[in-house]
Design a protein around this ligand. Sequence first.
Ligand code: FAD
Length: 462
Amino acid sequence: MREIQCRLLVIGAGPGGYVCAIRAGQLGVDTVIVDAEPPGGTCLNVGCIPSKALIHAAEEFHRIAALSSTAAMGISAGPPTLDLAATMAWKDGIVSRLTGGVATLLRKAKVRLVAGTATIRDGKTVEVATPEGPVRIRAEVLVIATGSEPIEIPSLPFGGKVISSTGALALTEVPERLAVVGGGYIGLELGIAFAKLGASVTVVEAGPRILPQYDAELTGPVAQRLTRLGIRVLTGARAGGLSDSGALRVAGSDGAEEIAADKVLVTVGRRPRATGAGIDGLRLAMAGPFLKIDERCRTSMTGVLAIGDVTGEPMLAHRAMAQGEMVAELVAGQPRAWDKRAIPAVCFTDPEIVSVGLSPDELRSQGHEPLIGLFPFAANGRAMTADDETGFIRVTARPDTHEVLGIQAVGAGVAELAGGFALALEMGARLEDIAGTIHAHPTRGEALHEACLRALGHALHI
Ligand code: FAD
């Protein structure tokens, strides 16, 4: 068997693994990374990037379709046509550019990429099944970055008309009737996109409302938009299997119902790949379904680290990347530890939601009555000129020190504000710091300025 020796071996080339490998390579660490799929992991291949491409295309189609029935801003258009196969080909082109770009960056950093499926033999030895035959890799440090995969409902196994997010991102025709099981961010992002492309969409959510990880004030504008898009939302409803006629069986508070569907998209969460691939054999300590790590991403076995979705919530690409960068620097001997104050979460629904830090409810549950400032986009000039005044920016601060503890927003394009929100929390900003910062006019970001002024009791434009 061919053998490779290295200092650092990374299993999984998703955002966690590839960032770890690039940074380690930059720092002169002899690094090997293994993945059977093109580099980029879930995020680049079947997650963040292709879903956002589809969301964008759907929005363009929907906007033109709307202009064909009602002229807005003095613009009218003929009814648009859609070739979803061509849309998907455009999306695939973006994915290829990015995955090819990651491969180039790995090469530039002198990282060796081994294409194949890895099986861990012990904490320092991994065997990889490659198309050219098995390869044994011996490493001083092992990083597990195997990510996560969609959870299957036993009564609705993937196959046929039952699809995961990966299947939805590969459709070449818009299903006439789409049932989405699970009202979390992945289901809603895709459900909204397909509704805009013309599908009749029903969302089945077991909880009392959609997007349960966000508070009702934030999710309200999304719920209203779903209604306007004609998306039917069943909350407190559990999906069972398919009936003989292929309809989706749903048990809700109002009784049982069968929902006719051409495709059933199951998005009930993701499971960490924390078992299999020989990981079980290491008998690592677990934190629920995740690998247990400390503030330096060390597992319970010396020399074995873990990053990304396999290590816990929030299962987001930017958390994986930040862990990957930190671990590379630790392996290179730099003093690092996980000291982030905030991990932004963005929901690319219509309208978008951003949450950084604590919400008012979370603070209240910790026994603190926060200072809150909320500024609606209805009073923001840029939102008016963009013809979408839905939503707001909300800031939450400590009443005694005015330290900002959370910033949330819902509205068109607010995802782009996430970096600024996170910076404010990372820098330990007080309300006065943001209120004293000149925000460019006219921008949606001015709503953050005004939200802080409002929390201080002297908003100017409301
Ligand atoms: P992954 O990206 O899952 O990568 C793990 C890699 O390990 C995979 O490439 C896999 O092939 C490889 N691997 C596993 N086992 C082995 C083995 N035995 N041998 C070799 N290789 C192996 N996150 C965001 O932050 N923003 C978003 O907008 C967003 N949108 C999403 C939309 C969808 C539809 C989905 C499904 C996910 C989305 N996510 C989003 C989540 C994001 O994709 C993940 O949080 C992120 O990819 C996790 O990175 P990771 O490196 O931990 O693992």
